[in-house]
Design a protein around this ligand. Structure first.
Ligand code: FE
Length: 215
């Protein structure tokens, strides 16, 4: 796709556009023409979500909760102000709820109605999150969905599914991986994946350290 945000109001390759992209482009042109939209402001917004806002922010929240029990308590009690303590927040994150995985319970987040997603902590949603199969099956067969993501939980682990709405957006606080005692917050954050915060994944496993064998 020859789409460059810096000069996108000059370079149009209409034939390269999918029907949806063409409609978006038409809307953008119309709104700009009518003076409702500043293309530079739109570019800044797209740039923000493409480069600055992403799951690395949610990972910082998770890592802080793992090392700071008081923060964790505030996060679980009232997530929005706790997340704001780290300077994170904004549109789509006004009413955040953080649900904690435990050895007994695994949490999975979906938006069955459309694609509501906690943008300020996770950035833009992955394509599958917005797709009908995930939205339908996450509720009916969460264990099957998790298996497709490569996550197999013990039969005894209960799976709780949270249905996001335009008002309330959920984020999962995954279990801190074993063997990470003494890890820095930064090192912990690097283990936290986007999917772990949606509940379709788990934090990254620790790299296996080579064991030094006596010669
Ligand atoms: Fe939605």
């Amino acid at each position: 796709m020859s789409h460059h945000h810096a000069d996108h109001d000059h370079v149009h390759h209409g034939s390269d556009l999918s029907p949806v992209e063409a409609r978006v482009r038409a809307l953008e042109s119309l709104l700009t023409e009518k003076g409702y939209l500043d293309p530079a402001a739109l570019d800044a917004l797209v740039e923000l979500y493409e480069t600055k806002v992403g799951p690395h922010l949610g990972a910082r929240v998770v890592a802080r909760a793992w090392v700071d029990p008081a923060f964790r308590a505030r996060l679980l009690a009232e997530a929005t102000p706790a997340i704001a303590e780290l300077g994170i927040g904004g549109r789509g994150g006004e009413h955040m709820v953080v649900v904690e995985n435990t050895p007994e319970t695994h949490n999975l987040v979906v938006c069955t109605l459309c694609s509501c997603y906690p943008w300020p902590v996770l950035g833009l949603p992955p394509v599958w999150y917005k797709a009908p199969p995930y939205r339908a099956r996450a509720v009916i067969d969460p264990r099957g969905v998790l298996a497709e993501f490569g996550v197999t939980l013990p039969e005894t682990t209960r799976i709780t599914v949270w249905d996001s709405t335009a008002e309330t957006r959920y984020m999962v606080l995954p279990l801190r991986p074993a063997g990470t005692e003494g890890f820095s917050e930064e090192a912990l954050a690097a283990l936290v994946t986007r999917d772990a915060m949606i509940g379709t994944g788990l934090p990254k496993a620790l790299p296996v350290e080579p064991v030094e064998m006596p010669v």
